[in-house]
Structure formats: structure tokens, C-alpha cells
Design a protein around this ligand. Sequence first.
Ligand code: HEC
Length: 129
Amino acid sequence: MMLSASLSLVSFMACAQGAVPAAAPLSPGFRFVEKSGEELFANVCQGCHMPDARGAAGAGTYPSLAGNRNLASSGYPLTVVVNGQRGMPAFGAMMSDDQVAAVVNYLRTHFGNAFEDAVTADDVKTVRR
Ligand code: HEC
């Protein structure tokens, strides 16, 4: 548990350089300011998942989000973004419900994904723990 938590932090620090201010994981009050899903993806997600969302393998493994069937059920990406999952950091404390909804809707309708059932800020509330 401790090991995986510290690995997550290391991979976050390592790959988020430039995309996310380095102090983000350590600053409890940090909030992203971008509002559109496109801007949020560019500034928060692509540092690990790459600009084409196809992921990368190197120091860490970042899964492809392009044409990803795991996104079919909207609750799954909402939960992963808000609460994190293994090497994926939790962004719930750094994003409003509207921001989480925006980036998940953007992801689910771009990069070869065509899931048109948009999520709302209220859906985000249901996955916050
Ligand atoms: C610090 C690197 C990092 C950042 C930044 C990041 N992710 Fe991830 N993401 C990961 C890793 C690593 C996984 C694999 C998690 C696992 O093993 O379950 C992952 C998994 C995912 C998954 C699940 C994919 C699947 O098929 O199971 C989704 C959805 C996702 N990320 C979306 C996002 C979104 C949206 C953002 C931006 C808000 C983002 N990620 C930012 C590292 C990152």
C-alpha cells in the first residue's frame, strides 16, 4: 500500500512536469483553472496519456484512452478521474464537478471515442467519496 502510494506520487511528479505545476500534489488548496474539456485534457491529462491520448510506456505505463471501450460506461472514467486508480492520480480535490464533467465528456467524444451520453456535474457528485 505504502509502496504503491509513493510510486504514484513519483510517476505523477515525473510525468506531469510542464503539464501540471510540480507542487500540485503537495498543495492541498491547488485547483485547476481551465474550464473546457479540451484545455483540461491538454493541461492535466496529456502529460501522461499523450496529446493523441494513445498513452505511453517507459518509466511508467499510461494506458491509451483512444478508442477505449472502458469509457462506454460513463461512471468508470468519472470514478478514475475523481478518485484515482493505482498509478492514476486522484483529481477530485483539484477540479470542480463542472471541470470533471467537461474533461470526461471531451474524452468520451474525441480520440476515436463516440459516447454521446454526456455526463453532468450532478453525475460527478455521485462518485465523490
Ligand atoms: C500522472 C499520470 C497521469 C495523469 C496526469 C492522468 N492519468 Fe489517467 N491514468 C494514468 C495511469 C497510470 C492509468 C492506469 C491506472 C490503472 O492501472 O488502473 C490511468 C488510467 C486512466 C483511465 C482508465 C483507462 C482504462 O482503460 O482503464 C482513464 C479513463 C484516465 N486515466 C483518464 C484520465 C484523464 C481524463 C486525465 C486528466 C484529467 C488523466 N487520466 C490524467 C496516469 C495518468
